[in-house]
Design a protein around this ligand. Structure first.
Ligand SMILES: Cc1cc2nc3c(=O)[nH]c(=O)nc-3n(C[C@H](O)[C@H](O)[C@H](O)COP(=O)(O)O)c2cc1C
Length: 185
């Protein structure tokens, strides 16, 4: 029987199940991908986020964030983002290129209402995230649905690397209907 990393289909299925594990399991490495964007003045920027959903049929991921954070300025200037995951146990790197739509306001409210109180603390901070403050704790947390935003990340391209006895690298693109092809690692 072949291993999952020996076929394009096997890798494609495995990377989606890995994303699903990340959503479901707070301890899984896919839970906290690195989200990379480009700032309005062209600087690359990366930060850890929590993966909230991963849907293979629509090839969409979601992330929650604060509408006042700098990443929103970046995404408004350039609505594209990359996500990076390294799953050491599976020796699998997953990189995703996405087009991002920002949802905030009344349509995001039903989801906000389902978020537990402790998690709401991450949205609504005064002054806004990234503002210089005189001392480390000179800020106030005041959960505010008006600052809650959902990033809908529509995947356009996936690059997967498996580091086995022999390394394998595969690419999957929306433009070729996710057929996949092998790349030199
Ligand atoms: C483990 C971990 C999880 C995080 N999850 C999120 C998240 O889901 N959404 C978010 O906006 N920021 C999250 N952050 C904070 C970001 O990494 C970042 O510091 C913050 O969003 C400000 O980034 P920005 O200035 O680039 O917008 C998380 C940080 C850590 C360490």
């Amino acid at each position: 029987m072949s291993e999952w990393f020996e076929t394009l289909d096997g890798i494609h299925t495995r990377l989606w199940s890995t994303l699903g594990r990340g959503v479901a399991d707070a301890k899984h490495p896919a839970r906290i991908p690195t989200l990379a964007t480009v700032s309005p003045d062209g600087w690359p920027e990366a930060r850890t986020v929590v993966l909230r959903s991963a849907d293979r049929p629509t090839t969409q991921l979601t992330i929650h964030t604060d509408i006042t954070s700098d990443k929103i300025k970046s995404l408004r200037a350039n609505p594209r983002a990359a996500l990076h995951i390294w799953d050491r146990k599976q020796a699998l790197q997953i990189r995703l290129q996405t087009e991002v739509t920002i949802e905030t306001g009344p349509s995001a409210r039903p989801l906000w209402d389902k978020i537990p109180d402790h998690a709401k603390q991450s949205y609504g901070i005064t002054p806004p995230p990234g503002t210089p403050i005189p001392d480390a704790l000179d800020y106030v947390k005041d959960p505010d649905p008006a600052t809650f935003a959902i990033l809908h990340c529509q995947i356009t391209h996936i690059d997967a690397v498996h580091l086995g006895e022999q390394h394998r690298r595969a690419a999957f693109s929306q433009s070729d209907d996710w057929k996949g092809r092998w790349l030199s690692p």
